[in-house]
Write a protein that binds this ligand. Structure first.
Ligand SMILES: C[S@@+](CC[C@H](N)C(=O)[O-])C[C@H]1O[C@@H](n2cnc3c(N)ncnc32)[C@H](O)[C@@H]1O
Length: 234
């Protein structure tokens, strides 16, 4: 078990060390820009106010922290958590002008922050990559204030047969795109395999609820290509 966890952490770290420089470009190309619409919908459902605080975990290049900050007219206090050196540096640089956003190099499974301090916890396309999902969810619960909200955006399972067929075929082309743009197909083979192996909407909902959150619900985006899960700490 310990070995499996370490192996996954190593693999994921090597994946993001290879792609960090072209991560934003690849996201735009692969999704034809649609990831931006999904991220906007994610923030819409969060509906933060100017004095909401956020911990954004697996921040990558900082998209969610940036959108959340802009919605609150740059008043929200935001902490970004990102373990990968390349992604961390890229994200920090992208958001250099946001004085309300601080960055911590750390993992979702061990957040170096106090209990009960954030209004929102977000994890966008990160939960599939963590090595221990239950530990991650327990940490999310710990750092949220009572009344705080857990929000997760992740690839999920498509509820339409034709779209699923088209998507599966399109997915086979993604590693070639990776080879062309990033110079390596391996990270994108990992991406496709990890999406396939990940939980469906209901299974993820159950895991979130099992780790203490209440009123857990989800919304599909583009027929379940992605899904947003929301849960509350009481
Ligand atoms: C697909 S990117 C998502 C980045 C960003 N949140 C977005 O939506 O574009 C996944 C990120 O999760 C990070 N990550 C991997 N394992 C992690 C862990 N155990 N804890 C926190 N972040 C992790 C990776 O380094 C990478 O930056």
């Amino acid at each position: 078990m310990k070995n499996t966890i370490q192996d996954k952490a190593k693999l994921v770290n090597s994946v993001f060390s290879e792609v960090y420089n072209k991560y934003d470009l690849m996201n735009d190309v692969m999704s034809l820009g649609i990831h931006r619409i999904w991220k906007d919908k994610f923030i819409d459902w969060m509906n933060p106010t100017h004095n909401s605080s956020l911990i954004d975990v697996a921040s990558g290049t900082g998209d969610i922290a940036k959108l959340f900050s802009l919605r609150g007219k740059n008043s929200p206090i935001i902490t970004c958590i990102e373990p990968n050196e390349g992604m961390f540096n890229k994200g920090k640089k992208n958001l250099i002008n946001f004085k309300n956003i601080k960055w911590i190099k750390s993992k979702a499974e061990n957040l170096p922050v106090e209990d009960n301090i954030y209004d929102y916890y977000s994890i966008s396309y990160g939960i599939r990559n963590v090595s221990d999902i239950n530990k991650t969810l327990r940490e999310a619960y710990r750092v949220l204030k009572p009344g705080g909200r857990f929000m997760c955006l992740e690839f999920s399972k498509i509820d339409n047969e034709l779209l699923n067929f088209l998507y599966k075929n399109y997915s086979k082309f993604i590693p070639f795109l990776g080879k062309y743009i990033v110079g390596s197909s391996k990270p994108y083979e990992y991406l496709i395999n990890s999406i396939d192996a990940f939980y469906d909407q209901e299974q993820l909902l159950e895991l979130i609820a099992k780790n203490g959150f209440i009123n857990v619900e989800f919304r599909n985006l583009s027929n379940g290509i992605s899904a947003i899960h929301s849960g509350w700490k009481i």
